[in-house]
Write a protein that binds this ligand. Structure first.
Ligand SMILES: [Zn+2]
Ligand SMILES: [Zn+2]
Length: 405
């Protein structure tokens, strides 16, 4: 990339530090749960409007989504800004930093487009409800990613898991997650006067739990099955007739997770058969695996300060699932991880992570990622051969995904 374009990007992000910092602090100080991120939404919309951008509030039919767009013609690059928090522990996944990094990247890439006068478009997409709510699934259905050449974001992670001098990881795969709620319906009875009249839905819950526990020995090392009892009876003297469980079934690919779910389903069906209950399965919002674009990941490492971003180690830096996985099935995607200054016991989804996610140091790290992502976006927008390469790679990768690889 031309050195002058690097300075256009970096100067713009430097110049807009106050606006980005305002958003970062506002979101961190006002944690809002999935689909309730009104303050984050409003703060973003008013800040972007004050900077002169075309902003669509409540975008794509979602109350707390927004879209800010700049440029015309050419290719489209989308940055995802997450801003939802977790119940009781605030911004324990550091989504304020995701919002900041993507905001910075959007400003930098827009400045590059403006200064070059070249065709091309960038979008800052406010993506609600990553934590379990599947906000990006709804955005995908509403067409938010249609025609995108690439979509980028970074996620903060536990810095103490990274070797010294390494500040982030570029190529991070995350698991596909099939989420299901299962309702068992039996027949209530007095548990002492007429127990023989009862059909016990809690027995079906327990039988399926045990069957799944046995299945767990015979699955792949990277696969995960975990569940909770949401409803398991009210009184010991009433045979439970209405019980509900929720399970997450994870594997390396969407096809793999669906195949594993097929085996878990048998445990529920078997338990229903054995107890005489009815089992009804209610699908929740399942997440696809994160399949990052090799080309985007390489470009990100090149754009970041030399020697600070690892390619793909440690592979389990963020061993969960995200709705960004589904975006990777729409267009070439990037979901890098950057470390913040955590200690042992302060990984994502802990109060310790919430505290570290609010420091100036973490904000500076998010800005550094923003500069890197802006440079990658500029490469996608301005370099035809590179854009063609990541498109071809993505098409090949989608064929592998369909085969469960
Ligand atoms: Zn999280
Ligand atoms: Zn998160």
């Amino acid at each position: 990339m031309a050195a002058n374009m690097t300075s256009v990007i970096n100067d713009e992000i430097h110049h807009r530090n106050a606006e980005i910092s305002h958003i970062n602090k506002h979101i961190h100080a006002n944690p809002e749960l999935a689909y309730e991120e009104h303050q984050a939404h409003d703060a973003f919309v008013s800040t972007l409007q004050s900077l002169g951008f075309t902003v669509t509030p409540h975008a794509f039919g979602l109350e707390t989504a927004f879209s800010a767009d700049f440029g015309s013609g050419g290719r489209l690059v989308i940055f995802n800004a997450e801003y939802d928090a977790l119940p009781g522990i605030g911004h324990a996944c550091g989504h304020n930093l995701i919002a900041s990094a993507s905001f910075a990247a959007f400003l930098g890439a827009a400045a590059a487009l403006k200064s070059s006068g070249q065709p091309g478009r960038v979008r800052l997409l406010g993506t609600p409800a990553e934590e379990g709510g599947g906000g990006k699934l709804k955005l995908i259905d509403a067409g938010a990613y249609t025609g995108a050449a690439a979509s980028l974001m970074v996620h903060p992670g536990p810095g103490h898991k990274l070797p010294p001098a390494i500040r982030g990881v570029s190529f991070v795969r995350m698991l596909a997650n099939v989420k299901m709620r299962v309702h068992f319906t039996g027949k209530e009875a007095h548990a002492s006067i007429a127990p023989w009249d009862g059909v016990n839905a809690l027995d079906a819950v327990c039988l399926s739990y045990n069957a799944i526990s046995m299945l767990r020995q015979h699955i792949r090392p990277h696969e995960r099955i975990h569940g909770v009892f949401r409803k398991a009876g009210d009184r010991p003297n009433v045979t439970p007739a209405d019980c509900v469980v929720e399970y997450y079934v994870r594997s390396a690919t969407q096809a793999g997770a669906e195949a594993l779910w097929g085996r878990v389903l048998k445990c529920f069906e078997g338990a229903a058969l054995a107890t005489g209950c009815e089992a009804r399965v209610e699908p929740l919002n399942s997440y696809a695996d994160v399949r990052p674009s090799r080309g985007l990941c390489e470009a990100y490492i090149e754009a970041m300060p030399e020697g600070t971003v690892a390619s793909d180690e440690p592979a389990d830096i963020l061993a969960g699932s995200t709705d960004m996985g589904d975006v990777c099935y729409q267009c070439p995607g990037f979901h890098g991880v950057f470390g913040i200054a955590t200690k042992e016991g302060e990984a994502n989804h802990t109060k310790g992570f919430t505290a570290v996610g609010g420091t100036d140091d973490s904000f500076e790290r998010a800005l550094e990622c923003g500069r890197g992502m802006a440079a990658v976006a500029w490469k996608v927008l301005s370099d035809d051969a590179f854009a063609e390469r990541i498109k071809t790679e993505w098409e090949e990768d989608m064929k592998l995904a369909a085969e469960g690889k």
